[in-house]
Design a protein around this ligand. Structure first.
Ligand SMILES: *Cc1c(COP(=O)(O)O)cnc(C)c1O
Length: 400
């Protein structure tokens, strides 16, 4: 009876929970209490945001970090800081979370889509180069699921054409490419600390950079134009309020202490799971380029080939996995295939006349239709967890 699928009334492969997420212990509690008692709940009078910024910058081998309200605002702020706006084009991968592209629209500029590498799901440098026009001002490579992009190649192309590089590192806390921390390659890099991310305070974000001028400019914009320590309503530039507060930083400081250990555990488990799942006909895991010397594994991704699963749709497969006790989801759609992009519903900000041709981004279109992903906390446990993930897939395939 064991092989009746759980969704059809059978016994699930797994009933045990995976590792808790978000995860916190007495360290978060201690830091939060300190902030509460201090009566300094915003960064302008407190010290936790600054402490966090110093640690986070150091961790990514960069000089400056600016704590922010969330990762979407971080991308918008990076674009604003670089002076990108009306009439400009910014190249983004077609396969990413929507914010990478909507941030460009929010700055009244046009996102232009580059294709991804079908093995690593990261932006394909050759497709990036092909998408460049005289209007291109910046490129936003995304370190997909924690897999670092080919940063030297991307930066070299960008330099040749005078294009700025903003790394969207929302998935890549502590990730390395060729022994160099991501976030330290581009002109600026952005991070997210949203609830599901591998370092989280519920909602939060950051920008890192090695450029003092960009840092100072971003600082002014993120705090409605006010310089550090201002008490006299000195507003130097047009800005918004993207500030991180002291509670967010209190939680993040504790989270950072666990990151190296968690990254290592996920790395080991992701490699092991790749070995296990690669042997299943019809499951093709994201391939880890060995030049990615640290991969944070924000998501564990694989392509699901439905033709090898009796044509069971990907959505059905995910439902079965969930019923068997394995959390997993379908991947992002290719951005230009989202309904508001198709409708060009950009709230009057940008008038895009360019057609979105799927033949320019074939890998992104294919991958977005095939990828299933498991959240990172499924990689924080032991070998039994990985075996049960494998067994659930085999069971759904009818091989148990
Ligand atoms: C999560 C995410 C963002 C946005 O971050 P928020 O903090 O949720 O605003 C941006 N880009 C990518 C690739 C993301 O996954």
């Amino acid at each position: 009876m064991k092989n009746i699928l759980a969704k059809n009334g059978g016994v699930p492969v797994r009933t045990k929970k995976f590792h808790e997420w978000p995860y916190a212990d007495e360290r978060e509690l201690h830091n939060l209490k300190e902030v509460l008692d201090s009566r300094n709940w915003w960064r302008m009078t407190g010290s936790k945001v600054e402490e966090f910024e110093e640690k986070f910058a150091k961790m990514h081998d960069v000089k400056y970090c600016l704590g922010l309200s969330n990762g979407t605002h971080a991308i918008e702020l990076a674009l604003n800081t670089l002076g990108i706006g009306k009439g400009d084009e910014v190249i983004v991968p077609a396969f990413t979370f929507i914010s990478t592209a909507t941030a460009v629209l929010y700055c009244n500029a046009e996102p232009v889509f580059a294709d991804i590498d079908p093995k690593t799901f990261c932006m394909d440098p050759a497709s990036f180069e092909k998408a460049i026009t005289p209007k291109t001002k910046a490129v936003i490579p995304v370190h997909m699921a924690g897999h670092p992009c080919e940063m030297e190649t991307i930066c070299n192309i960008a330099k040749q054409y005078g294009i700025k590089v903003i790394e969207d590192a929302a998935h890549g806390h502590g990730t390395e490419w060729n022994h160099k921390r991501i976030g330290s390659f581009g002109d600026m890099a952005t991070f997210s600390f949203q609830n599901g991310k591998i370092v989280t305070c519920g909602e939060g974000g950051a920008i890192v950079t090695n450029d003092k001028d960009l840092y100072e400019k971003a600082y002014l914009i993120h705090g409605v134009g006010r310089p550090k320590g201002d008490t006299v309503y000195e507003h130097k530039v047009l800005g918004s309020n993207d500030r991180m507060n002291e509670f967010q930083a209190a939680v993040l400081l504790a989270q950072l202490e666990r990151l190296p250990e968690f990254n290592e555990r996920r790395e080991q488990n992701a490699k092991r799971l790749n070995d296990l799942l690669s042997s299943i006909n019809g499951i093709v895991p994201q391939i880890f380029d060995p030049r990615g010397t640290i991969n944070s594994h924000y998501m564990y991704m694989f392509c699901y080939k439905k033709e090898l699963f009796g044509n069971m749709t990907r959505e059905e497969f995910v439902e079965h996995m969930n019923a068997e006790g394995i959390p997993c989801f379908v991947a992002y759609p290719a951005i230009c295939n989202t309904s508001f992009f198709k409708a060009r519903a950009f709230a009057g900000r940008v008038n895009i006349t360019r057609e979105y041709k799927e033949e320019l981004i074939p890998n992104a279109v294919k991958v977005s239709k095939e990828v299933v992903w498991l959240p990172h906390y499924t990689l924080l446990g032991d070998d039994t967890d990985l075996l049960e993930i494998t067994l659930a897939i085999l069971k759904i395939k009818g091989m148990l």
